[in-house]
Design a protein around this ligand. Sequence first.
Ligand code: HEM
Length: 482
Amino acid sequence: MLIRAATYRLHVFDWSQKGFGAIKRYNQVYNLLKKPEHPPPLGSMKLALLSLLVAFVLQCVQARFRPWGWNHHHYRPILINPSAQPDLPSAQQASNSAASAGLNLTNIQGDVLIGMRKITETFFFFKITKIRTFKSQLGSTILPMITSTDDMLSVTTQPTTALNVAFSQRGLTALGVRDNLGDSLFANGQLSGASDLGDKTSQWVPQFSASNIDGVFLLASDSIENVNILLFQLQASLQGSISEVYRVQGQARPGDQQGHEHFGFMDGISNPAVTGFSTPHPGQTVVPPGIILLGEDGDSKQRPSWARDGSFLVFRQLQQRVPEFNSFLLNNAPSQPNMTLQQNADLLGARMMGRWKSGAPIDLAPLADDPVLAADPQRNNNFDYTHPNFDINTDQSHCPFSAHIRKTNPRADQSAISNQIIRAGIPYGPEVTSDETASGTSSSTPSLERGLAFVSYQSSISSGFAFIQQSWANNPSFHICE
Ligand code: HEM
């Protein structure tokens, strides 16, 4: 019976095609997330100078703004820390790793390496309306407010609200940047790649098809009030030089669901360990920094020097229809003996995802959840689909080939260092209401829409996100075992 469940060739984007519309709406935008220590208006200054400038400016800003209470440290964490997710390195550990790998963590924006951990995060997509004003404010006011990776690693250095910024190709062009960044999917913009990804742009949020997004501010804090205060200050400092195109407000789910996405599965467990930042946990794939960061060791492309330590950001708003997902599991549950219908439905869900809702991997716990395993980062990512006396090319008794995590990171099925991404998204939308549960149908009220604000970072969109979605997730022939 288990084998029968294994024959479901479902993955995250197939789900909607299979009729229960788990994921309906998707948008996507490609942005370059780069600490603007060398924003376009600064012209041709060399990186070394600019790095020094960053350190200097940051210190000045802290001294200058603290007395006024503007975004100063408030010593409350702005990140969640569920036990299933591996701990971030301490500031000292990260600084030691960075020193030995020659990485400068003050030069990397704070969201790129830390994963899916924000308590609340707003994505503020904007269009630049007054280029000269925007350019000058970007260099003078916004740059000192940008949160770096080392800022994020300790509660004592986290700002009240972390701020990052990324630009689309359209935005860079508007700012006068003509450099070739070496990524054609980024240069051509999200619309041009949509059909290759299997997207129907009629299902995109219209603002993403309109091709007028120049950039996005990412604001993360422990409360939406704090995010909104910084957003207000940010807009005031930009003196009317941008207009809002679209906004997505994400937040970690409440209570014991913190860290879980809306279908109920613990998320943010498996991200690659980046050399120069984190020490690998057992089973974690290790990648050189250049797989995620431009211009670093492992990045195979030529990049302009100012782009060093930037990363390409892929954003997708993926709607999740939770009541429909739950009905699908119940209606298609296997019939394992000695298990209730709900237990069989949970088994199907776990085999579709590759993990139980707790986060325990089915490769290690194929028949029943194991919450102790789930909560142990020394064990919960330590598997690669190989098992003694089983042939990895045919064995689906532990984890089906179609499971989301096996489709998106095949581990020992196929070595794929260059296809690794850092996932840094966050759920958006409210909890399922009792009316939705009773009717088994997602509400069509816009404010009740929920899903995943998916974010991935990579130094190559075509090897990272686009490859995973196109060549693995959306490809019914991956993997073929018959
Ligand atoms: C609504 C949409 C999605 C949901 C609900 C979702 C949920 C999850 C969950 C629960 C996990 C397991 C937790 C973990 O290993 O950290 C996971 C892992 C992962 N997901 Fe997704 N995901 C979604 C979309 C995507 C997309 C669009 C991609 C990329 C194209 C993707 C790529 C990955 C990768 C690479 C992993 C890690 C696999 C591993 O290393 O074992 N996911 N996802």
